[in-house]
Design a protein around this ligand. Structure first.
Ligand SMILES: Nc1ncnc2c1ncn2[C@@H]1O[C@H](COP(=O)(O)OP(=O)(O)OP(=O)(O)O)[C@@H](O)[C@H]1O
Ligand SMILES: [Mg+2]
Length: 257
């Protein structure tokens, strides 16, 4: 379990777009946070800043005892080892097998090229890959190329790779965006079962309000890069949540053309 503190975080892209505007919140260890907001409200930017993929313009992010924005390359590598990422487009290597993709989850902590290939990886790690694949019900497809799998199966490979990495903090960006409603629920069930089993702190962006309410402990709502809602999920009404999107629509309509 890893604590996370975001303080006064702002991000303006070089083209002048203000993606984040003084975002502050703390995630408590083991907490399941769903991040909501209309397209362009800054959700992915926030997640990217948290893993050091994007440099904030100002503000700070503390993960455990370390500050992301001042971490050197070595510290950042150590931090990233503890932060699991499951993104919408799965970020799998399409030409490799299911097994090989999951093995890559070990790369952050492993030493040397032995770990790069299934044939040379230590027996212990190969067994762990199979355990992770069994956990997501994909052991039977271990040797198949991932680009031949369905979207739901690919998402499960990404979850297995995250299990292999064994992170403390999990960042998930639109995990169900390209899945049908049934596969989407299955992916969320699997992800959340794992989150609870391992007591992971999770921040997950979603566009489906029903899923957000069903799975989140707490919902943070962004609008134009600023936090507008931050409350326990069970306290929020449909009206309050849909307002996040309605007001953005009005803003768009009012923009002079
Ligand atoms: N690399 C970039 N350069 C310039 N502007 C960017 C860049 N990445 C994102 N933006 C802008 O920053 C704002 C926030 O984008 P972001 O992708 O964080 O939103 P989001 O909430 O994840 O949206 P979505 O729901 O569509 O995924 C948008 O206006 C977007 O156009
Ligand atoms: Mg996004």
């Amino acid at each position: 379990m890893l604590s996370l503190a975001v303080d006064q975080l702002s991000k303006t892209y070089p083209n002048g777009t203000v993606a984040l505007n003084r975002v502050s919140f703390r995630a408590h260890p083991g907490e399941g946070i769903v991040l909501l907001g209309a397209n362009g409200s800054g959700k992915s930017t926030l997640l990217r800043c948290m893993v050091g993929l994007e440099k904030p313009s100002s503000g700070s992010i503390r993960v455990g005892d370390a500050w992301i924005e001042t971490a050197n390359a070595n510290q950042l590598r150590l931090l990233r080892r503890q932060i699991g990422i499951v993104f919408q487009r799965f970020n799998l290597v399409s030409s490799l097998s299911t097994f090989h993709n999951v093995l890559q989850g070990a790369l952050g902590r492993s030493k040397g090229p032995r770990y790069w290939f299934p044939a040379t990886a230590p027996q212990r790690e190969r067994e762990r890959v199979m355990q992770c694949l069994e956990r997501v019900n994909l052991a039977h497809l271990a040797q198949q190329r991932v680009d031949t799998l369905s979207g739901g199966q690919q998402q499960r490979v990404a979850i297995a790779r995250m299990l292999m990495q064994d992170p403390s903090l999990l960042l998930v960006d639109e995990p169900v965006a390209s899945l049908d409603p049934k596969s989407g629920r299955e992916a969320m069930d699997l992800l959340w079962d794992i989150v609870r089993e391992r007591q992971l702190t999770v921040i997950c962006t979603l566009h489906q309000l029903d899923l957000a309410k069903d799975y989140a402990d707490r919902i943070i709502g962004l609008r134009h890069g600023a936090i507008q809602i931050d409350a326990p999920a069970h306290q929020l009404t449909d009206h309050e949540l849909s307002w996040l999107y309605e007001s953005s629509t009005l803003d768009t309509i009012e923009t002079p053309t």
